[in-house]
Design a protein around this ligand. Structure first.
Ligand code: GCU
Length: 342
């Protein structure tokens, strides 16, 4: 074997060895992170899968997957599997959940200006509500969710709104006017404005997470609650409460909240895809809301619920003290702007 042949053979063997080591190394990387260019976001909410919120989030997942060219997907954990809404917000701050759909009511305990939305009879109707949420006040509040009053980050990112309709009382006994609520224990969200609204109507308020309500109703711990038709139906609370009075005392929106930790790790394109997918899912969810809300009311009736016409002027009058107590400072300014908006 001359010198050049043996050099060739040694070179050839070294080449093979290097390639084998290279493939072995790549394999290991693959085994550890199956495809590091793909991202799976954890999305949580507290409602059942039959609820329009869940369908809205599925739409969000679909749009995000399309927009990101298949590089971003979501995994949805419904029915409070990852905790109640307050716990979800805490997990978002820690980075344990990427996105959650929560009501603005528990958000008020993280950013008190959000209690604005719990004020009774703040919005005239659904059109007015969406005009505000789609307009400068809605955008400004979402933006401010990221920063505490002392300027420090909250760890939360406001991403968009979902429709949550209007809330009315459902109870074990018939109600058409506030005095009918006297002596009843009514469950409310963890929100002082909601508690004071119920008290102003003459009932006692019992704050508890949505996921605990079915058992509380069954065991007689509370005599009723208040919510929109899809939530009343999908939670099966109608199995205990067979009266629903359409007093529509509040329109408390739902919000998609992202984690500040997630947001800081995304590039501009990824943020843009999330924002666009949320915008599309919000439009989808609000269209679905209208249909599903009407259908839910019919289904509730078909399941034996008596729907009562409310003495609305009496409910409005009883709620006035809540406006006086809670529409103060900045919330008063915003409430007046909202009322002056067509
Ligand atoms: C609505 C809202 C939920 C909330 C629930 C409640 O259904 O969409 O986010 O958890 O009310 O009353 O707790």
């Amino acid at each position: 074997m001359n010198r050049s042949t043996s050099r060739f053979i040694v070179g050839f063997l070294v080449g093979i060895l290097t390639s084998c080591l290279g493939f072995a190394w790549l394999g290991q990387v693959d085994a550890e992170s199956p495809d590091s260019s793909k991202m799976m976001l954890t999305v949580a909410h507290a409602l059942p899968v039959s609820h329009p919120v869940h369908k809205g989030l599925e739409h969000f997942g679909h749009e995000l997957h399309e927009l990101s060219g298949g590089t971003m997907s979501i995994s949805i954990y419904p029915s409070g599997q990852l905790g109640n809404e307050t716990e979800c917000l805490e997990k978002i701050q820690q980075g344990g959940i990427d996105i959650a759909k929560v009501s603005t009511a528990p958000i008020g305990n993280f950013a008190p200006v959000f209690r604005l939305f719990s004020l009774p009879y703040l919005f005239r109707d659904r059109r007015h509500y969406w005009n505000i949420l789609d307009g400068p006040i809605g955008a400004d509040l979402l933006q401010r969710l990221g920063t505490r009053e002392d300027g420090e980050p909250t760890g939360l990112v406001g991403l968009g709104y979902y429709d949550a309709g209007s809330r009315s009382f459902y109870t074990t006994r018939p109600v058409t006017r506030p005095t009918d609520l006297e002596g009843m224990k009514i469950r409310v969200q963890q929100d002082p404005v909601a508690a004071d609204t119920v008290k102003a109507m003459g009932a006692s308020a019992v704050a508890m997470p949505f996921g605990e309500l079915y058992t509380a109703l069954k065991q007689g711990g509370v005599d009723g609650a208040e919510n929109n038709p899809p939530s009343f139906l999908s939670s099966r609370h109608f199995e205990v409460c067979d009266h629903y009075v359409l007093d529509s005392h509040s329109r408390i929106p739902d919000v998609l909240v992202g984690s500040g930790k997630l947001w800081n790790n995304l590039n501009d394109a990824q943020r843009g895809w999330i924002e666009e997918a949320i915008k599309r899912s919000s439009l989808f969810q609000r269209t679905l809301w209208k249909e599903e809300s009407e259908l839910a009311l019919q289904t509730l009736e078909a399941n034996g619920v008596t729907v009562h016409i409310a003495n609305t002027p009496a409910f409005r009058e009883a709620a006035e003290v809540v406006m006086e107590k809670h529409a103060t400072g900045e919330r008063a300014t915003l409430a007046s702007k909202i009322k002056a908006t067509p």
